[in-house]
Write a protein that binds this ligand. Structure first.
Ligand SMILES: C[S@@+](CC[C@H](N)C(=O)[O-])C[C@H]1O[C@@H](n2cnc3c(N)ncnc32)[C@H](O)[C@@H]1O
Length: 253
């Protein structure tokens, strides 16, 4: 009898939970689908240090480890996960243990206690941030509310994360980000473009409640196109909506 291949993503039945910790949902599944779609590239990328910001239940970081670890030539990859919610840190640790994999789990705001030490050295960052548009006062509240409350346009936490991600990423670093169309993802892409990143849409998914767009960013300092694209946010927004429409058309075929 042939041996069963190792699982490539986390088993939902072995993901730990707590009522004050975000349960894996459509957004978490869409992010893991983006990572699966990019698995071959991620393996060729051969990362040394991977990180999830806002790990919640640990479903995403555990999946990332499982889809890389058995197939990477470099078995010394280091994995990190952060969350402001101490209960999320605990639940993530339990989920990792249940799958027999390891990561350092740190309770911190974004990556504040790691930024200086890890500047320029993280090869892969994944984030499913609190993105739901809410009143500003709900952002950063204790417990489960901090999982979704994103403030104006759902962008308060996202916009704070972008410069941190830029500082942490290595020269070859990749960044995967969950957004909603109501977060104005074209603006996020433009902000990243101005920092010297190219972008692409990895997954688009419409549920009853939300329109999810999973983005991938990587450094691309083509000065000429940088100047051209950054000069007009209107033309950038239309380029983004063309990309989104053609992505959706391809999906429907
Ligand atoms: C939408 S949930 C995603 C959870 C998990 N990554 C998933 O995809 O299922 C967002 C997570 O980010 C955490 N979070 C919110 N603000 C944060 C911050 N400033 N720094 C780090 N984590 C944060 C929340 O506690 C929550 O666990």
């Amino acid at each position: 009898m042939s041996e069963k291949p190792p699982p490539e993503i986390a088993d939902i039945m072995r993901v730990s939970s707590h009522r004050e910790v975000y349960e894996p949902c459509d957004d978490s599944f869409a992010l893991v689908d983006a990572l699966l779609a990019d698995q071959t590239n991620l393996l060729n990328h051969n990362p040394n240090l991977c990180m999830e910001i806002g790990c919640g239940s640990g479903y995403v970081i555990t999946s990332l480890i499982l889809l890389l670890k058995p197939k990477l030539p470099n078995n010394n990859v280091h994995y990190l996960a952060t969350d402001t919610n101490p209960l999320a840190a605990r639940v993530t640790t339990e989920t990792l243990e249940a799958h027999g994999v390891e990561a350092d789990v740190i309770c911190t705001d974004i990556a504040s206690c790691l930024e200086t030490r890890l500047a320029g050295s993280v090869d892969v960052i994944v984030v499913n941030p609190p993105y739901v548009p809410t009143p500003e006062y709900e952002v950063g509240m204790e417990g489960i509310a901090s999982a979704w409350a994103g403030g104006e346009n759902g962008r308060s936490v996202i916009d704070r994360m972008l410069p941190v991600v830029d500082r942490l990423l290595s020269e070859k670093g990749w960044f995967y980000l969950v957004t909603l169309t109501s977060n104005y993802p074209s603006e996020i892409c433009l902000m990243m473009r101005k920092r010297g990143y190219a972008w692409r849409i990895m997954v688009q998914r419409s549920t009853e409640e939300e329109n999810l767009v999973i983005l991938k960013f990587w450094r691309d300092r083509d000065e000429e196109s940088l100047e051209k694209e950054a000069s007009s946010s209107a033309s950038f927004a239309s380029e983004f909506s063309r990309s989104l429409s053609s992505f959706m058309e391809k999906q429907q075929r």
